[in-house]
Design a protein around this ligand. Structure first.
Ligand code: GLN
Length: 483
C-alpha cells in the first residue's frame, strides 16, 4: 500500500479497496519502522491522523468524494498547526504549540487530507542540505551518507522513502525544487501569491512560497489544488481563479516552445548532469516540443543579490524571537540585555545567526543603498530577463542543481559552497515565477532533477509538461533500495 501515489489512493478509496484508516495505520507503522534511519519527522500526530482518517471514511460513506479525501500527507514544520508543536527546526520554537492552523493546513484538512506529522527542515528554512535542524540532519534515502537537500528535506526524504505519498514544503530560494531533485521527486514552487503564506513562519517574506512535494506531477496537481487560492489574511495573496490542475495534465506538447538558457551550461555544472538534461530535452522534442537557445544575462548576479535580500528580510522577521514576545528564554537573565542576548544566542543555531548578522548589516544606515537597494535593482534586472525570454518561449528548461546530493558534512565548513548549489533555483524566487523540478536520471546512484520555469500563474503548464514527460519516462518510478 505504501507504494501508492495520491491519484492511486483516491481511486482505491473510491473503489473501497481499503479505507483511509487502514492506509493511515499502515503508513504510521512504516514511519515507526523506517524513519529512525532518515530522521525525516520532527513530530508525529498519530491521534490526529487516525481521527481525520475515520472522519474521511465517514464522509466517503456518506457519498462525498474528492482526490484528497482520506489522503495521508505531512506538513513541513513551519506551517502552524493548532495545538501541535511548530518548531521551524529550531530550539527557539522547540516548545511552541501554534494557537491556530495555517491557511494551507486548514484548507487541506477541510479537503479531507490526513496529517501524519510535521517534517524536519533546516532551521528557519535556511539551508540547502537539511543539516542545520535543531533535531539533527535528515538522511537521503538514496544513500544514507548523503544529504537530502534542504530546506524541505524532511518532507522530501519521507516521500522518497515511501513513508507517505506527498507532503508540503516551502521554497524561498529552492527549498522545494532542490530536495525534490536530490531525492527523485517532483516538486513545485508556485507563483508568489498563489498559495497563502498566512500561518507559514516567515523566512524572507518577499520570496517565501509554499507548494507540494510528491512522486509525480499528477500528485503535485492534486496537492496544489488543495493548497492554492486567494486568502484575505495574506496581503500578498492574489485573487486569481485557480484552474483545474488535474484536468490540464493531458494537453499535447506539440509546438511547445522550450527555452534553454546558454548560461545554465557553464563550468559549475557537473557534466554528467548536463548530459541527463540534454536527454530530457530530446525526450520532450520527441513529444513535439521545439527547442530554442535563450539568454538570461543577469543570472550571474542572482546569488549575491539573493544572499543580501533573504538575510535582510530574515533579520527583520526573526527580530520577534526575543525571549519575551516569542520563543525560547534563557535561564536566570541578569537584566534585559542579557535576556535578549542569551535567549537569541542560545535559541538560534549558527547558520541563522550568520544570516541575521549579514541581514542586519545590509540594512544598517549607510549600507542600505550599497547592499539592499542594489540587490533589489538586480532583482528587477533578473525579472526583466525572464520577461524578455517568455516573449520568445513558453517554458524555460535546465538543471535544478549543479551537483547531485553531497555527503553529509561536506559543505559545513564553507557556507558559500552550499549557497552556490542554489544557482539555478533562486532566480525564480527573485522574479516570483513558478518552477518545478522532476526526476531526470541518476549519477552514481543519486537522483538528478530537471527544472522547468513558466510565466506567472502557469503552474498548469509546468504540470502538463512534467506529466507528459512522466508518461514517457520511468525515472520518477524508481525506488531507493531498502525502502
Ligand atoms: N538554500 C536557500 C537558503 O538557504 C534557500 C532556502 C529555502 O528555499 N528556504 O536560503
Amino acid at each position: 500500500m505504501h507504494q501508492l501515489t495520491l491519484a492511486e489512493i483516491a481511486r482505491g478509496l473510491a473503489d473501497k479497496k481499503f479505507s483511509s484508516e487502514e492506509l493511515t495505520k499502515t503508513l504510521l507503522a512504516r514511519i515507526a519502522q523506517l524513519d529512525p534511519q532518515l530522521n525525516s519527522f520532527i513530530s508525529l500526530t498519530e491521534d490526529l491522523a487516525l481521527a481525520q482518517a475515520k472522519a474521511a471514511d465517514a464522509r466517503r460513506a456518506n457519498g462525498e468524494s474528492g482526490a484528497l479525501l482520506g489522503a495521508p500527507i505531512a506538513h513541513k514544520d513551519l506551517f502552524c498547526t493548532q495545538g501541535i508543536r511548530t518548531s521551524c527546526g529550531s530550539k527557539m520554537l522547540d516548545n511552541f504549540k501554534a494557537p491556530y492552523d495555517a491557511t494551507v493546513v486548514a484548507k487541506l484538512a477541510a479537503a479531507g487530507a490526513v496529517t501524519l506529522g510535521k517534517t524536519n527542515m533546516d532551521e528557519f528554512a535556511m539551508g540547502s542540505a537539511n543539516e542545520s535542524s535543531y533535531y539533527g540532519a535528515v538522511k537521503n534515502p538514496w544513500n544514507l551518507e548523503h544529504v537530502p537537500g534542504g530546506s524541505s528535506g524532511g518532507s522530501a526524504a519521507a516521500v522518497a522513502a515511501r513513508l507517505l505519498p506527498a507532503a508540503t514544503g516551502t521554497d524561498t530560494g529552492g527549498s522545494i525544487r532542490q530536495p525534490a531533485a536530490l531525492t527523485n521527486l517532483t516538486g513545485l514552487k508556485p507563483t508568489y501569491g498563489r498559495v497563502s503564506r498566512w500561518g507559514m513562519i516567515a523566512y524572507a517574506s518577499s520570496l517565501d512560497q509554499g507548494g507540494p512535494l510528491a512522486r509525480t506531477a499528477e500528485d503535485c496537481a492534486i496537492l496544489l489544488q488543495g493548497m492554492a487560492g486567494f486568502d484575505p489574511q495574506d496581503s500578498t495573496s492574489i485573487d486569481e481563479p485557480v484552474p483545474d490542475y488535474s484536468a490540464g495534465l493531458n494537453g499535447s506538447l506539440q509546438g511547445l516552445r522550450i527555452g534553454v538558457p546558454k548560461e545554465y551550461f557553464s563550468a559549475g555544472l557537473d557534466p554528467r548532469i548536463a548530459e541527463l538534461i540534454h536527454n530530457s530535452i530530446k525526450e520532450l522534442e520527441k513529444l513535439g516540443a521545439v527547442i530554442k537557445e535563450i539568454s538570461l544575462p543577469n543570472m550571474q548576479h542572482a546569488i549575491p543579490a539573493y544572499y543580501v535580500i533573504a538575510p535582510a528580510e530574515a533579520s527583520s522577521n526573526l527580530s520577534r524571537f526575543d525571549g519575551v514576545r516569542f520563543g525560547y528564554r534563557c535561564e536566570d537573565p541578569k537584566n534585559l540585555e542579557d535576556l535578549y542576548k542569551r535567549s537569541r544566542g542560545e535559541g538560534f543555531g549558527p547558520e541563522v545567526q550568520r544570516r541575521i548578522m549579514v541581514g542586519a548589516y545590509a540594512l544598517s544606515a549607510g549600507y542600505y543603498d550599497a547592499y539592499y537597494l542594489k540587490a533589489q535593482k538586480i532583482r528587477r534586472l533578473i525579472k526583466n530577463d525572464f520577461m524578455a525570454a517568455f516573449n520568445e518561449v513558453d517554458i524555460i528548461l535546465g538543471p535544478t542543481t549543479p551537483n547531485p546530493a553531497w555527503k553529509l558534512g561536506a559543505k559545513n565548513s564553507d557556507p558559500v559552497a552550499a549557497y552556490l548549489e542554489d544557482v539555478y533555483t533562486i532566480t525564480a524566487n527573485l522574479a516570483g515565477l513558478p518552477g518545478l523540478s522532476m526526476p531526470a536520471g541518476f549519477v552514481d546512484g543519486l537522483p538528478v532533477g530537471v527544472q522547468l520555469l513558466a510565466p506567472y500563474f502557469q503552474e498548469g503548464r509546468l504540470l502538463n509538461v512534467a506529466h507528459q514527460y512522466q508518461l514517457n519516462t520511468d525515472w520518477h518510478t524508481r525506488t531507493p533500495t531498502g525502502f
